[in-house]
Design a protein around this ligand. Sequence first.
Ligand SMILES: [Zn+2]
Length: 632
Amino acid sequence: MVFTPDQPLQRRLLALLDDNLKEDEVTATGLATLLSAPVSEVEAELRALARFGNLTRRTGMNGEARYSASPRRKLLGDMLVEAGHMTNTQLQEALAEQARTAERLGAILLDRGYVSKQILGKMLELQRGIPYVNLSTRGIDEHLVRSLPERVIMEHKVVPIARIEGEIHLAMLDPSDIMAIDIVRKYLGGRVRVFLITEGDFGWAVTKFFDVTRKVGESLLEVAVEDDEGEQAENAAVAVADTYDASPVVRVVNTIIRDAVRIGATDIHIEPEAEQTRVRVRIDGLLLDKAVLPRAVAEGVTSRLKVLAGMDIAERIRPQDGRILVNIESREYDLRIATVGTAFGERVALRLLSNRQVLVGLERLGLFPEQQEPLQSLLSRQHGMILVTGPTGSGKTTTLYASISHINDRVRNIMTIEDPIEYRLPGITQIPVREKSGITFGVGLRALLRQDPDVVMVGEIRDPETASIAVHAALTGHLVLTTLHTNNAAGALVRLLDMGVEPYLLTSSVLAVVGQRLIRVLCTACKGQYEARDTDLRILGLPIDTPLKLSAGSGCAECANLCYKGRTGAFELMVMTDPVRELVLSRKPAGAISEAAIADGMQTLRGAIIRKVLDGVTSIEELQRVMMVEVS
Ligand SMILES: [Zn+2]
């Protein structure tokens, strides 16, 4: 039996129905023409959908069945808005993202943190008339989960949770997936009773039952049995996503990558130590231990990665870099891999870039409305420079991409020079820095300016040459967006002066400087409130005895006991106002420039994070942690 990752006809049919079934009735014949599919197959799908309450079926005048949307099947988004669980603006944003990515609305809403999975589940239950089950709080029969092949679980997004009186209770993301029900019935036997789950639940179950540590452990047992597998793995070049039938080393590699993707890691580190090799992943900016590999296996894993990245396997000392394109659960990832020889062997760092992250809109970065509005209006200018600044890992690039996407109206020529290109943006010319071929930021930027651009993004200003060209570009009719590595907004202006930019050129080119940090967001599932302590009030700069509730996480299954889930930005926006301009012209220090901007109403970075602490978005500990990270 061939397992296709999705069922083309059913998917296409559902998409079509969503578009066309708002008011009118449809027939199998009509839809079959639209889909160029056999009428009998379309009819079978429609019947199945009717059986699951998605459609109402009635016999028409000529005896042909006519289908219409069930009156109780209201649109999910509208239901959530009507019930007051989210705003209409949020729904519109999510629908716009859905139009771009064709992902499920539920997944987008959870991703954006607009609704909790409990609320989403309850709404789906109301909409579909199928009971919702919260997997993370309900016991799951692990033996039953393991009796179903992993690929069935992954491809159909189903989790068998219990067998009760001969009936299989099956949790499904998509209860209208008839094929999945058939397959589960075939494997497990018995009648199937369907329950609804959300993407959040499915992700939770997969992490619990197919966790990297366990899988690596299982695969390692096989490595021990089949000694020569490592060699084989070096020569095999199968797709990374194809985990199921590969050799143990290949499976270890795939498991590590898939697991990292699933939990939303940004980097994977494979670090040799004296006796063993440690695998760590970076999530929300912090490293987390994931697995420990025996030396021999680690070497196999490293070789495998190098083969996939087209690197020289024999070279184990000189640093190398390469990239691997992988497709995981139908999303494309670009893995940047870099190796370096250490005292204990080769160390590997993998950076995970997905096209998905590009699509973070300006409105999702974490800007306060009074920061977002002026920034948007500055982005619509024809010329001038907007700088984004902060330490490494503070989300500067994400802000640049969001800004570029915001102004990408296809009537302006937008060009970038980047090192490296982290995300590919449609409709925009991106040039990578290639130091080896002599394409530095300066050289690339000069070449790019001869291509008649309207908007120019410079990945980073690191040297006086780039600074000077960028400033001149901004003065000669280009909108220039770029980043600098400084602590705060005022620091960026001083840094540019230090790079030899004349003060009067700086004040006439720079429109604004954005300073930013990324902060971890408290897990909504285990977040609770407590009475602020004296130390908290001191940190917040409030008088002792101020009655105040603050939020903190207690750790739960949703956040893997980390108390945080996801990150958001905190910003300061320094606009080139007259007071700021005067201080820059007289070359005053960063502190004085900041003070003038604050006096003029600028929200500081620290102030922005404090506001997020008071709003319960993050904790006081996170404020402390983030504000300690300073650019040296
Ligand atoms: Zn939690």
